[in-house]
Design a protein around this ligand. Structure first.
Ligand code: SF4
Length: 201
């Protein structure tokens, strides 16, 4: 039976993007194919994705159900979830009654172009020519102070600018910069990592 390397499973509110504020089960996979640094990406990765447990799909579903009997949304995140998410996982979680969202850096094409995944968030961390998942419900770029508006190759329903945090803090200059980017470049809109302000994980 297929096993997936899972960093953690938890229940919380989605903190960013168009679905912000909604309750979701988070299935966070281990491993990432990138190494984001302030020198190359404008921010340092603050996600621990090395550790994890090998879990089967029945074990994953049992943990999801134990966390909430009523929440129907599962967010596949990481690390980079596209390293592990496959058709079997999508079909099995759907059959268990879940709707699926994914947060991916876009450098790996999702199975069947992401068909079957109910909400795709692409948050590119590579050059535009290296983006492989080019269709999404929302595309979100982290911007540091002074970084310009992206010329994205991703076709999406929603275009989001996310001001880079420094640890748990949001520098007011960076926030003002991103507000200005949105005002000067509709339909780009602001998406703040509100879970950091709410102090929820
Ligand atoms: S793609 Fe995401 S998880 Fe991977 S190194 Fe960059 S910020 Fe961290």
């Amino acid at each position: 039976m297929e096993r997936y390397r899972v960093n953690e499973i938890f229940y919380s509110l989605q903190g960013e993007g168009v679905r912000a504020g909604t309750p979701n089960l988070f299935l966070r996979f281990s491993r990432c194919n990138l190494e984001c640094r302030v020198e190359t990406h404008g921010f340092d990765c603050d996600t621990e994705f090395e550790s994890g447990r090998w879990l089967t799909l029945p074990e994953i579903i049992a943990e999801l159900r134990a966390l909430s009997a009523s929440c129907r949304w599962v967010i596949l995140t990481g690390g980079e979830p596209a390293l592990q998410v496959d058709a079997e996982l999508i079909e099995t979680l759907h059959a268990a009654g879940y709707e699926l969202a994914i947060e991916t850096n876009g450098s790996i094409e999702l199975p069947a172009m992401g068909e079957g995944i109910d909400w795709i968030t692409v948050s590119p961390k590579v050059a535009e020519h290296a983006i492989r998942q080019r269709r999404a419900h929302e595309v979100k770029y982290v911007r540091g102070y002074g970084q310009g508006i992206p010329k994205t190759v991703v076709e999406a329903e929603h275009y989001l600018v996310s001001p880079a945090f420094e640890g748990a803090g949001l520098d007011s200059r960076t926030l003002e910069w991103c507000i200005r980017l949105c005002k000067e470049n509709p339909p780009w809109r602001l998406s703040v990592q509100q879970h950091k302000l709410w102090d929820v994980r």
